[in-house]
Design a protein around this ligand. Structure first.
Ligand code: SAH
Ligand code: DHB
Ligand code: MG
Length: 221
């Protein structure tokens, strides 16, 4: 199996059933034009986030790590008109591109991008979210994943879903000797999940345009 084949199959799936439109592809174009990294979720993953949010009937969504708002648009489109999505982004330039993309997608009425370090913003999010989040998507710095999981527990309710991106990292997640803070953080997340009776979880491996990686899915019990 080659990466060429992963990409071919991803394009095939995207071409048949994903239904990406101008707002979504334009968001990726804007990310590229701004010289931002090509690390938005892949289209089939964005659609997965969208479908899961709809299946949950999510009305309140929290995202940690906005970049250009590609995943944000997929998630925002799952919300009802009076739904709300708060997305946290450290880089003002990323947030600016994201806001323009979200505006073009017609989602500015329900999606808000807040600028700052997520760990600084989360206490404020808690204060004015107006109720627990139904879904949290964690996709920022990987070293802080365990802290993001702890915050997510405080900000959700029984039955909420927490999704974590990039939990496989080309298979490097199994390297117990790694000193890479991303790997250390991701492994600490697995330890935390293994030990927490209030969380039930799985993780799946993914291949495609983002290489070999994975996502974790966590149910708040
Ligand atoms: N979810 C996006 C991709 C996010 S990439 C998508 O799929 O479309 C990760 C983003 O997290 C980057 O924009 C980076 O600037 C941001 N980030 C990194 N560390 C952060 C932190 N501590 N707080 C908030 N955002 C952070
Ligand atoms: C990186 C970050 C991501 O969120 C991702 O999906 C892929 C790569 C990174 O920082 O390298
Ligand atoms: Mg990611």
């Amino acid at each position: 199996m080659s990466e060429v084949q992963w990409n071919e199959v991803e394009s095939y799936i995207a071409g048949r059933i994903i239904g990406e439109d101008a707002a979504l592809s334009g968001a990726l174009d804007a990310v590229e034009a701004a010289g931002m990294p090509a690390i938005s979720v892949a289209p089939p993953e964005g659609k997965l986030l969208h479908l899961l949010a709809r299946m949950l009937g999510a009305r309140r969504i929290l995202e940690i790590g906005t970049l250009g708002g590609y995943s944000t648009i997929w998630l925002g489109r799952a919300l009802p008109e009076d739904g709300r999505l708060i997305s946290l982004e450290y880089e003002p330039r990323h947030a600016e591109v994201a806001r323009a993309n979200i505006e073009r997608a017609g989602l500015s009425d329900r999606v808000e991008v807040r600028v700052g370090l997520a760990l600084d913003l989360l206490p404020l999010v808690e204060a004015d979210a107006g109720g627990p989040f139904d879904l949290v998507f964690i996709d920022a710095d990987k070293a802080s994943i365990p802290e993001y999981i702890r915050w997510s527990k405080l900000l959700t309710r029984r039955g909420s879903l927490i999704i974590v991106d990039n939990v496989v990292r080309g298979g490097r997640v199994t390297d117990s000797n790694s000193e890479d803070p991303s790997i250390v953080g991701t492994r600490a997340m697995f330890d935390l999940l293994a030990a927490d009776p209030d969380l039930d979880s799985t993780a799946i491996q993914t291949v495609g345009s983002k290489g070999y990686d994975g996502m974790a899915f966590i149910l708040v019990k």
